[in-house]
Design a binder for this molecule. Structure first.
Ligand code: PAF
Length: 285
């Protein structure tokens, strides 16, 4: 990665350079927003950058494909890394600083600490991806402590991740406001995700069934309150659409992620496999 692009985006790869930039902005009285990503940026990420720019004077994006949040047999090695394209997108979006560390910067020799948010991390995706949320909680804690931003923004598409991050900043007294930003969707409802790139054209045509099924379930629960049958119908619909398997479709309390009881604020969350892509999505009830 170089800084030879036309815009004013600066890229740094080490923590000292990141901190020096933030400290200079602090001396000027600027507020700072952080948008952590794993790169392979799409419109969903750019919406986060846009929102960050409206809420703070300076925006820092991070790109780090975090090995600790990938399980054995998952796609760490093949995860898309279009570094130059990402740089151009951030530059055009007016982001001020890109922090793109190497693995050795984030996890140097001897690294031994993990952040684990009990309960919230054990259900849903946590039950299907053991250790995933410990990896997320650890890297997000590090990024927040390295940067010390005023706000940090995350997409609601990773709803469980967002709930875990909100919990950890409270529990660890990290002085930052966590902002959840609504999911950005294609016109047919498919939630934008870097992993959508894995879909073949045939799979891409089937993929919106996931959002359709959970939206219908949410409407049924709102109208009739029958949680179990709405969720079971959604699972059937997803399989009927051609998904290989459904990891879960669940109605959960919007904050605690405990099983939803009638009348509570809720969320329907789902994960299902379609070809090479494991798609996740969620909607409000
Ligand atoms: O949502 C993501 O892209 C990642 O889980 C995050 C928050 C950047 C941590 O690696």
């Amino acid at each position: 990665m170089s800084n030879s692009y036309s815009g004013s985006l600066v890229a740094v790869r080490d923590v000292d350079s990141l901190r020096r930039r933030v400290q200079a902005w602090r001396r000027e009285g600027r507020s700072v927003a952080l948008v952590p990503t794993m790169g392979a940026l799409h419109k969903g990420h750019l919406t986060l950058m846009d929102r960050a720019q409206k809420m703070a004077d300076r925006v820092i994006a991070t790109i780090f494909v975090n090995p600790k949040q990938f399980g054995v047999g998952e796609d760490f090695n093949s995860y898309p890394r279009p570094e130059h394209q990402d740089f151009e997108l951030l530059n055009t979006a007016g982001v001020h600083l890109l922090f793109a560390p190497d693995v050795a910067v984030m996890y140097p020799q001897g690294f031994s600490t993990a952040v684990s948010v009990a309960g919230l991390s054990d259900v849903l995706d946590g039950a299907h991806r053991p250790g995933h949320f410990n990896g997320v909680a650890t890297i997000v804690s590090k990024l927040l402590l390295q940067t010390l931003p005023d706000i940090a923004l995350f997409g609601e598409k990773d709803y469980q991740q967002l709930a875990i991050i909100k919990r950890l900043v409270v529990d660890l007294n990290i002085p930052v406001d966590i902002i959840g930003v609504p999911t950005v969707r294609d016109t047919d409802g498919l939630a934008l995700s870097s992993r959508n790139a894995y879909l073949t054209p045939e799979e891409r045509a089937k993929a919106p069934a996931l959002h359709r099924a959970i939206t219908a379930a949410a409407a049924t629960i709102t109208a009739k309150g029958d949680i179990a049958s709405a969720v079971s119908k959604a699972r059937d619909e997803i399989l009927k659409a051609g998904f290989a398997n459904v990891d879960y479709v669940e109605a959960r309390h919007a904050e605690t992620l405990q099983p939803l009881q009638a009348g509570e604020p809720g969320r329907i969350l789902a994960a299902a496999q379609l070809g090479r892509a494991r798609l996740i999505d969620n909607v409000a009830v």
